[in-house]
Design a protein around this ligand. Structure first.
Ligand code: PLP
Length: 381
């Protein structure tokens, strides 16, 4: 049964006439005369009664509120910040009743797979998986789901789900459609505008952008659902640190510049890798060879900074390549100023991936330096 969905605009922070790029810079700024330009860290777990804050786990702190105000404005809903992306993810799963059914994608972050598997083992819920790009299958499955979990672009195979079509599918009024928006960022994609009830972001990645914090955010269209997630955060104590929230706000101020530079570099590197003799396959939504290139262009404002490519020679060749890189860091994670790369099948739980698949998160270094590093490493495998 389809119901009217979308943000409850009355209760939402007001949208401004500025671009998101400008709001990233100014959105977390205090409003009162005489305040510092950036909300300072207040190292308090408790505040005197009668003001905006109280006990921090319950009422938040100025640093969290600044980050939440910013994310709420960027994504168009009600935001909550958490101690990590996984804490935000877990708060969404916490909303499910015993016996719920989850529909989730064949390619997604392994931590989500871990939560679903644990709940299934305990008999808490059931689930089935759908190929990210199989829109008809999602539409068909939506009617059976209490939680539709999506990740688009997906990590690490960079598949694209047609969020708008899935958001339009008939489903029960109390079902939840949640989208992990970590790879896209609120600059490239706003899931609530496409029909999702919740957008989840690991702010550890692009929002922070400097590999120096763990933080997560949910943005929720409906205020009642926001309140339920807030209560989960309170009861589970899944709150962010003040320093981390402050750093996330600081990182966010340069998101547009970092993402712009990284995407430019990624586009150039993807094209060059695509024609390189030692590379079997390149997955990047910005390449016309990507099976969902047209959907990506329609749905995303930018093609992102992550390229997954398979080298000729499988695992051994990929490992040799990692050993030859000097500028690009052999490290996990993505979305930071520095380029990082890893062989994903070497990660426990990711053995199903092509063994020679390398996930490259392209940073803001000079693109010719990055290509020089990659090209030299490719020619030595
Ligand atoms: N979502 C995606 C797509 C991720 O890649 C990750 C982490 O890699 C997470 C969520 C979890 O975020 P965190 O590491 O901040 O807990």
């Amino acid at each position: 049964m389809s119901t009217a969905r979308g943000p409850d605009t009355e209760a939402m922070p007001s949208d401004s006439e500025w671009s998101r790029e400008s709001r990233l810079v100014a959105g977390a700024r205090p409003q009162e005369a005489g305040q510092p330009l950036n909300t300072p860290i207040v190292p308090a777990s408790n505040f005197l009664a009668g003001g905006e804050f109280g006990y921090a786990r319950d009422h938040g702190t100025p640093s969290w509120v600044a980050l939440e105000r910013l994310m709420a404005d960027l994504e168009g809903g009600h935001a909550l910040s958490f101690g990590s992306g996984m804490a935000a993810v877990a708060a969404v799963f916490d909303q499910l009743s015993v016996g719920a059914h989850i529909v989730w994608p064949e390619d997604c972050y392994q931590g989500v797979a871990g939560i679903i598997a644990a709940g299934e083992t305990n008999g808490r819920w059931t689930s089935h998986r759908v190929a990210t790009a199989d829109t008809e299958a999602w539409i068909h499955a939506a009617g059976t789901a209490d939680l539709i979990w999506l990740e688009s672009p997906s990590n690490p195979l960079l598949r694209i789900a047609d969020l708008e079509a899935i958001g339009d599918a008939d489903r029960s009024a109390d079902s939840i459609m949640a989208v992990d928006n970590t790879l896209a960022t609120p600059l490239n994609q706003r899931p609530l505008e496409l029909g999702a009830d919740i957008s989840v972001t690991s702010a550890t990645k692009y929002i922070g952008g400097h590999s120096d914090l763990l933080c997560g955010v949910t943005v929720t269209a409906d205020r009642a659902l926001h309140e339920r997630i807030s209560r989960s955060r309170l009861l589970n104590g899944a709150t962010p640190g003040n320093l981390e929230a402050f750093l996330a706000c600081r990182g966010a101020r340069t998101l547009a510049l970092r993402l712009g530079a990284g995407q430019h570099n990624a586009g150039v590197l993807a094209e060059r890798l695509h024609t390189h003799g030692s590379v079997e396959l390149v997955r990047y939504p910005g390449l016309v060879s990507h099976p969902q290139h047209e959907l990506a262009r329609r749905q995303l404002q930018g093609m992102g900074t992550i390229i997954s490519f398979d080298v000729v020679g499988g695992a051994a060749a990929a490992e040799r390549l990692l050993g030859h890189l000097r500028l690009i860091a052999h490290a996990t994670s993505f979305g930071a100023v520095e380029s990082t790369i890893e062989r994903r099948a070497s990660i426990p739980g990711q053995e199903h991936l092509p063994e020679g698949l390398l996930r490259l998160s392209v940073g803001i270094e000079k693109v010719d330096d990055l290509w020089g590093d990659l090209d030299a490493a490719l020619s030595s495998i």
